[in-house]
Design a protein around this ligand. Structure first.
Ligand code: NAD
Length: 364
């Protein structure tokens, strides 16, 4: 116990020597980094705030909301001091608040770029929810703003830290059962309420492919450890009353340089959540795979069995906090978010034109 404590303290002490300047008050070694959640909707309420009660290296320190009643209830539930509560207008004053080290943007997709850039300009490290932005251009602006401000930028990719996903990645990239040949990687659920922002093109960016595409793309590209060289895609609308200017479902295929080919469905009309990998006669996969309620997995040899915490976000948040403390680029970096947006842009282009789109990764 004593030894573990010593190792933990000395690791943090070393980290504090390497840490960049913007970490609030000294000493860093004894401080859990303060996180402010921006946007108190479903994901912030049901997953991130509870996860932040169990993190070791960061804590829920502030909130940013446009709804005064939410400010009151969160203040009472999580003992958030009044001085750490902001709205969307006075948000930039967060620059003067040493309690906040990290701003976590959990707003509708169209607001990610604006609030991430404002957070960076306020000198705060940034975690932005997925998809990182509406397009590659916005991602570039976010990365540049964080670079200029010398703050870290991460994307809320909780599965980068999930043991089931890491195991599939190990089996695939290390070719444990031979080179990967095919991947099926799909995510969908039923959503027919036309009033939700996810179905509004301006706010959501384009329906299921924007909302769920990042998971299907990551599942495939991280299993082979490669970026796709080309994509083909097909977009469908079956319910024209609900899906007016966005695809209801997008099916897409990615070709990888090592020979693997993936096939994916993203849909807002039915439940699907699976990653299935084949290499010759061997297979392995996850079902469910991507939902925040946790993964379950199996290989041709039997069930996968990992101990997982109550919330996947605990590992994600602690990893980001440690990256900040160590001045290290996060595994789920802005660059990773931008890669997925580049692939989504190519998929949408392929779905709109019916043509195969070749991806050029020079400069990435
Ligand atoms: P939500 O609709 O439940 O919450 C959105 C929040 O933004 C609400 O508090 C709402 O009041 C606020 N908001 C501010 N301006 C708004 C506007 N103009 N229109 C609508 N809402 C506005 O959504 P959510 O499910 O919490 O998703 C928020 C973000 O988190 C999205 O980017 C989503 O993709 C992401 N998300 C990530 C995961 C994950 O597993 N990583 C899971 C769910 C959602």
């Amino acid at each position: 116990m004593q030894r573990r404590k010593f190792i933990a303290q000395s690791t943090l002490a070393t980290a504090s020597l390497l840490a960049p300047a913007r970490l609030g008050c000294w000493p860093y070694a004894e401080k859990k980094l303060g996180v402010a959640l921006v946007g108190l909707g479903n994901y912030a309420t049901r997953q991130l705030a509870p996860a932040l009660q169990q993190t070791q290296h960061c804590r829920l320190a502030g909130i940013v909301t446009g709804t005064p009643s939410k400010a009151e209830s969160w203040k009472a539930q999580y003992q958030i001091p009044e001085k750490n509560i902001y709205n969307y207008n006075n948000f930039d004053e967060i620059r003067n608040n040493p309690d906040i080290d990290i701003v976590y943007v959990v707003l509708p997709n169209s607001m990610h770029a604006e609030f991430s850039i404002r957070a960076a300009k306020a000198g705060k490290h940034v975690i932005c929810e997925k998809p990182m932005a509406l397009n590659v251009k916005e991602c570039e602006q976010m990365i540049a703003a964080c670079k200029t401000a010398k703050v870290q930028l991460g994307v809320g990719y909780r599965l980068y830290y999930d043991p089931y996903h890491l195991e599939i990645r190990r089996l695939g990239t290390q070719k444990v059962h031979g080179a990967v040949k095919t991947i099926e990687s799909s995510l969908g659920f039923s959503m027919a309420d036309p009033k939700v922002w996810r179905l509004n093109k301006a706010l959501g960016g384009g329906g299921a492919i924007m909302d769920l595409g990042v998971y299907c793309i990551q599942g495939a590209r991280r299993t082979v450890g490669e970026l796709p060289s080309a994509v083909t895609a097909q977009g469908f609308v079956r319910d024209e009353k609900v899906f007016k200017d966005i695809f209801e479902m997008v099916m897409f295929q990615m070709e990888f340089p090592g020979g693997a080919v993936s096939n994916s469905t993203t849909t807002y009309s039915s439940y699907v959540d699976r990653l299935h990998v084949t290499s010759g006669y061997q297979w392995y996969g996850l079902q469910p795979s991507y939902n925040a309620t946790g993964a379950s997995g199996e290989t041709f040899e039997g069930k996968l069995n990992f101990q997982t915490p109550e919330f996947q976000q605990i590992a994600q948040l602690d990893a980001f906090a440690q990256d900040v403390l160590n001045g290290r680029t996060p595994e789920a970096s802005g660059q990773e978010g931008m890669i997925d947006l580049k692939i989504i842009e190519a998929i949408v282009k392929a779905a709109n034109t019916g043509k195969r789109v070749v991806l050029d990764w020079k400069g990435f």
